[in-house]
Design a protein around this ligand. Structure first.
Ligand SMILES: [Zn+2]
Length: 603
């Protein structure tokens, strides 16, 4: 684990070094300009500006002006521009190159030539699990192809074994993996406790389910977390038992998994700052400058707060305290302190999880799964994490706190439950605006959309499922329902402003892959899933920028290239609005800028 921590550090140092080198180059370039302007033999400390720069009023000179590429503003009032000027971490002006140079090019302004590349507002993570970024560097990745090697049980075991060997994990130490996708296992041959016991007899092993709502544990890990044949399955939880016995067979989900999840090892205090930078670099590499911690437990919030206090944050983090830890978090962080950044950390609102995942068969539906339950149950519709009455009370409590609310809802029955709870909390009074976002909202029925419009509830969708889980959803839910998942087109046409998310680390942070999935809705098998729900590249981009900014009440601060907003920018090698839609996923992030400062630059 220490080795990995150092690895993260070294990786960060490399990028930091690149940034330093980049800056030195800029300084050298600026010095050259100063000398050229001042002429030979004149002192560089009193550069005399040329006639163009002399006209720039003091205080109007930009630090940087970007020119020479496509500027994608994501601002409907000014969709196209030639140049963007940045000063003191904010966008100073957006417009034509001639205008901006005349008004804002001073003696110390750096001109950045985009060389035909595209400049966009940086991406905003609408939903993910940031805290995991701090530890995935110390876990084996077993995502299914193409994101990882986990195509069947032997490849998963091999990937974990490679990790164990590379990291020289000592006997007895916990080995963790992430991204196990049981829906692609050939012939339904799933990973179980016996597989892990055989391959790793000397270590506890936890293989996280791709939904993040469960994991497969070997015997040593089951023992470590106190799960045995005597353990009763908690309500809303799943403990898969070995056929014909009461012995746990490895997979535990939902409420049975939560106590394990809450007790997974965290970086030590010494490792926190380095792990934070390493984790945030994963976001910077993806062009993201706001990371979402979408179900924050009290201990995790403390880690995030200590890292922020230590000055480790290179991007913004918005944390949504999880329903189970609300009392503890509110006691330590009065609600009056929420909604404001402190050293790039903001507590955004409350997160409620009302059901599970459709691929894990724990999302709650009005009709049965066609394939039965996770343990072979008949007429299985999934389960909500709590009964209607409890959900009513919880939603009412958050409404009373007057803070934004995020609700994880996947199955159509849970969406019905949520709408009832929302109406219960409001008790007929809709005068006060309330910022509510439903996370995933995947199996939204068309007849449920009008209520979202009426109550101004924002769905955050998950179009990557059209790629990853199309077959699983069709098998589980039938072709019609599977084709309507994450109905972006209908939501936008009804007047909603949905966001889109990766649910990191359920899916990788890759923003162009997500954009591609919203535009093309193409499955892993190459079939278009619900073609009538495809949206345009600009709409898909808005769901990752300006509409996501609205979700965080930050539409005046970020999400588009407009004067006065923070200079959080991304440079892509091609313009996603111009390329052939199927090639959007090949677009690369070249550089990410946070408040005017480069935090990532591709090699
Ligand atoms: Zn999530």
């Amino acid at each position: 684990m220490t080795g990995t921590g150092l690895g993260c550090n070294a990786r960060y140092s490399t990028v930091a070094a690149r940034i330093v080198i980049h800056r030195v180059k800029l300084l050298t370039a600026m010095a050259c300009i100063a000398v050229a302007v001042a002429g030979c033999g004149r002192k560089a400390e009193s550069p005399v500006a040329d006639s163009a720069t002399a006209a720039v009023a003091a205080g109007q000179a930009a630090d940087t002006i970007y020119v020479g590429g496509d500027v994608v503003t994501v601002n409907d009032k000014q969709p196209a521009a030639e140049a963007v000027a940045v000063k003191d971490g904010e966008i100073l002006a957006v417009g034509s190159r001639a205008e901006l140079e005349a008004a804002h090019k001073g003696a110390s302004t750096t001109m950045v030539d985009l060389a035909g590349k595209a400049l966009l507002p940086a991406f905003i993570d609408a939903h993910g699990h940031y805290i995991n970024a701090l530890s995935v560097a110390s876990q084996a990745k077993v995502y299914a192809p193409p994101a990882g090697p986990g195509k069947d049980v032997p490849s998963i075991l091999a990937a974990i074994e490679r990790f164990r060997a590379e990291h020289e994990v000592p006997q007895g130490e916990l080995i963790q993996a992430y991204g196990y996708d049981d829906t692609v296992m050939p012939d339904g041959r799933l990973l179980n406790r016996d597989d892990l016991d055989q391959a790793f007899p000397d270590n506890p092993v936890i293989v996280g389910h791709v939904s993040m709502h469960g994991a497969v544990l070997n015997s040593a890990a089951l023992k470590k977390y106190g799960i045995s044949a005597q353990t009763e399955t908690p309500p809303g939880g799943i403990i898969v038992r070995k056929p014909g016995t009461n012995e746990p067979y490895g997979l535990i989900m939902e409420m049975a998994y939560l106590p394990v999840y809450g007790n997974l090892p965290k970086p030590t205090r010494e490792q926190e700052a380095a792990a934070t930078r390493a984790g945030q670099l994963l976001y910077a590499e993806a062009g993201i400058t706001l990371a979402h911690e979408g179900a924050t437990h009290a201990d995790d919030l403390e880690v995030i707060q200590r890292a922020a206090a230590a000055g480790a944050n290179i991007i913004d983090v918005v944390a949504y305290p999880f329903m189970t830890d609300l009392d503890r978090i509110v006691a330590a962080n009065p609600v009056s302190s929420w909604g404001k950044y402190d050293r790039r950390l903001k507590i955004g609102g409350v997160k409620i999880t009302a059901d599970g995942s459709p691929q894990g068969k724990t999302a709650y539906f009005t009709t049965p799964y066609l394939t039965g339950g996770p343990s072979g149950e008949k007429n299985w519709r999934g389960e909500p994490t709590m009964p209607q009455d409890a959900l009513n009370q919880l939603v009412k409590r958050v409404y009373g706190m007057n803070v934004p609310m995020l609700l994880h809802i996947n199955g159509d029955a849970t969406i019905d439950m949520f709408l009832k709870a929302y109406e219960f909390a409001r008790a007929g009074d809709y005068s006060r605006p309330w910022n509510v976002t439903t996370i995933h909202t995947q199996f939204l029925r068309k007849d449920q959309i009008p209520k979202f419009v009426q109550y101004r509830i924002r769905p955050s969708f998950y179009t990557l499922h059209t790629f990853y889980f199309a077959t699983a959803h069709r098998n589980n839910r039938g072709p019609e329902q599977a084709a309507y998942i994450s109905p972006m087109r209908d939501a936008i046409d009804a007047g909603l402003r949905p966001t889109n998310h990766t649910d990191f680390y359920v899916a990788p942070l890759d923003q162009m892959f997500m954009l591609w999935s919203a535009v093309n809705r193409m499955s892993r098998e190459g079939e278009v899933v619900g073609p009538d729900q495809r949206i345009t590249p600009l709409e898909a981009l808005k769901a990752q920028t300006i509409w996501a900014a609205q979700q965080y009440d930050e539409q005046d601060r970020r999400g588009s290239l407009e004067p006065g907003k923070i200079a959080d920018l991304v440079i892509l090698d091609r313009n996603p609005l111009k390329v052939e839609p199927m090639s959007i996923r090949e677009i690369k992030v070249l550089e990410t800028v946070k408040e005017g400062r480069t935090i990532y630059k591709a090699k």
